[in-house]
Design a protein around this ligand. Structure first.
Ligand code: G6P
Length: 607
């Protein structure tokens, strides 16, 4: 969360930094700001709210200079006001920061004791005032920056510029991502390669504990005590044009329509269609001998992991432990070394998932990460990375990355089951055939648009909504409820359908619609009984089913969406698409900010 972008070079910095911030706005949109050096002096413009507000400020009051840094904020400490917006500056220095300085109160007291005056409620201003203090004591920019970095605790990616030092920018990272981009006579800093995509494909990903001194001529890397280190330059595959809306109303709508494509692309990497087998990359451990799996993730990625658990237990007969990463990282579960840690993350930067990865690695667990951003921090710390080939996902609410994660988990399940001898050749062929059939079945889902929009009109009127599912449809229900909460601000709860009678059934009346995922799987009858119980109490049933379940569902449901019938194994992948579409259509009806819902950010790099 929070996006950082910076440039030193020959061109006007503000438009370059602003364009970088546009591409980083998914990381937070509480406020935005840019600082440059204009005739050697620090100048800045800031605005609360979205980047468009900053654009108006810059129109009225342009910001010259060829050295600049910018920030888009997801507020942690201090309200999302203009005053608290980054960059934080003094007449000597301007800084932008992503992360949390955990010891900021101590540092603030120390700085106040020596006469530094704070103007904001943020933890980040501490960095600016500490660097400023050291500069005032006569240190040069590099020494002042290093001396400050040695005192900071917590998570941070930082960029700094210094009055009187045109063409100089200093960056640092510790537990928050930062990348250096190489141009022709100009250099860049950015939170990720997406920010830098239109500027350069030549990138160095910084390591934790790295400081970098950047001038138009290049970058010098060092540790916080000033010891020089060498960091590799890489070429990114990201293309600048890949993030337009392509005529869709929102990125989310575009990304929903990419489900068939990304499932297909992900399968292309992991499946040999001729032999109908799964082909995973070489691994430094043997899937046959892992004693158990531990799955952990946050948000939607966690629900994907939950579906993975059903598969791994059922098909590969592998014991699985699963928890959200914010709990897993502190749980200290007793684990046999050689267990398999499965980390699922779109961004590969989520702070809790990364911390859980590290705590599992300390227990000698083999780390296998399922990631969309394959050059992320988690990728660099994993023994094996299985990529979800979903392309950039811009909408804060995850859609296509989720089905791509499921596709990878499905392939991992098949490979594990084969290795453990719980799936024979014919069994593998049948499951792979079901997967290969998915892209075209997923494309069929979009023919149900009218029915989904009809359901959306009912849901949009509600204050509370219950989502139900059984077995692998339970996490689908959870994903549906999360998506609805996130983007339409309607309260939604997901329950395992069989649990409803232990509490939530008391909520049921005409004002609480029930959205159920009930395709014709072995649990269809059980789910239907639970739906009957709800109907008997006046519940309004909106049901996602398939061609085989349609007749029986139509007898009890107020409305239904009928999807193609597919193999039980892949049914949760297909059934996810319409629940996400429903949330989208409700949000459109409610007129909310679909792609950038309030209070959220896509890449959550704070704990
Ligand atoms: C945020 C996003 C969610 C996402 C979660 C985990 O909360 O809004 O859409 O599922 O983070 O992110 P990750 O990048 O680790 O998948």
């Amino acid at each position: 969360m929070c996006g950082i972008c910076g440039v030193v070079g020959l061109r006007h910095a503000t438009p370059i930094v602003f364009e970088g911030l546009r591409r980083l706005e998914y990381r937070g949109y509480d406020s935005a700001g840019i600082a440059t050096l204009a005739n050697g002096r620090v100048e800045r413009r800031r605005a609360a709210g979205k980047l468009d507000n900053l654009a108006h400020v810059l129109e009225e009051n342009p910001l010259p200079g060829t050295t600049g840094i910018g920030h888009t904020r997801w507020a942690t400490h201090g309200a999302p006001t203009t005053c608290n917006a980054h960059p934080h500056s003094t007449e000597r220095v301007a800084i932008v920061h992503n992360g949390i300085i955990e010891n900021f109160e101590t540092l603030r007291r120390e700085l106040e004791a020596v006469g530094q005056v704070f103007h904001t409620e943020t933890d980040s201003e501490t960095i600016a005032l500490m660097v400023d203090y050291h500069l005032a004591q006569g240190l040069g920019p590099k020494e002042a920056a290093l001396k400050t970095l040695q005192r900071l605790e917590g998570a941070y990616a930082i960029a700094m510029i210094f009055a009187g030092h045109e063409g100089l920018m200093i960056g640092a990272r510790h537990n928050a991502p930062l990348a250096v981009g190489y141009g022709d006579g100009e250099m860049f800093l950015g939170s990720d390669s997406l920010a830098l995509a239109p500027l350069t494909r030549r990138i160095t990903y910084m390591d934790d504990g790295d400081c970098v001194v950047i001038t138009p001529a290049g970058a010098e890397f060092m540790t916080f005590d000033g010891t020089p280190v060498t960091r590799k330059e890489q070429t990114t595959a990201l293309v600048a044009g890949a993030i337009g809306k392509d005529g869709y109303r929102h990125y989310m709508e575009k990304e929903l329509h990419e489900h068939p494509l990304v499932i297909g692309q992900t399968l292309q990497r992991l499946v040999d269609p001729a032999s109908r087998t799964v082909v995973l990359p070489d691994m430094p451990f043997d899937l046959a001998s892992v004693p158990r799996a531990v799955i952990t993730a946050c948000g939607s990625a966690f629900y994907a992991g939950m579906i993975g658990r059903y598969w791994l237990e059922d098909i590969a007969r592998l014991p699985v432990d699963i928890d959200v990463a914010s709990e897993m990282r502190y749980r200290n579960p007793p684990l046999t070394s050689g267990s398999l840690g499965v980390l699922v993350s779109q961004s590969g930067e989520t702070a809790d998932t990364l911390a859980a990865l590290r705590s599992l690695r300390e227990k000698a667990v083999h780390i296998l990460s399922i990631l969309n951003v394959e050059q992320s921090t988690m990728a660099r710390e994993s023994a094996v990375v299985l990529g979800t080939v979903a392309g950039p996902e811009i909408s804060v609410a995850s859609t296509k990355a989720f089905t791509a994660q499921l596709t990878v988990l499905a392939c991992l399940t098949i490979a594990t089951a084969r290795a453990r001898g719980t799936l024979d050749t014919a069994g593998e062929e049948a499951l792979v055939a079901a997967l290969l059939d998915l892209p075209s079945r997923a494309a069929d889902v979009f023919t149900s648009g009218d029915a989904i929009r009809r359901m959306a009109r009912v849901v949009a009127e509600a204050r509370d909504v219950l989502y139900l599912g059984r077995g692998s449809m339970f996490p689908v229900a959870m994903e549906g409820a999360l998506k609805l909460k996130e983007i339409s601000y309607i309260h939604a709860e997901a329950y395992a359908a069989g649990e409803m009678k232990h509490g939530p059934i008391s909520l049921i009346d005409r004002t609480v619609p029930i959205v159920a995922s009930a395709p014709y799987t072995p649990l269809f009858d059980k789910t239907l009984s639970n739906l009957q119980e709800a109907k008997a109490r006046g519940g309004r049933l909106l049901v996602f089913t398939d061609t085989k379940g349609a007749d029986r569902v139509s007898a009890i449901a107020e409305d239904m969406v009928v999807l193609p019938h597919v193999h039980d194994f892949v049914a949760p992948i297909l059934q996810t698409i319409p629940v996400q579409m429903l949330a989208y259509e409700v949000a459109v009806l409610k007129g909310t900010d679909v792609d950038q819902p309030r209070n959220l950010a896509k890449s959550v790099t704070v704990e």
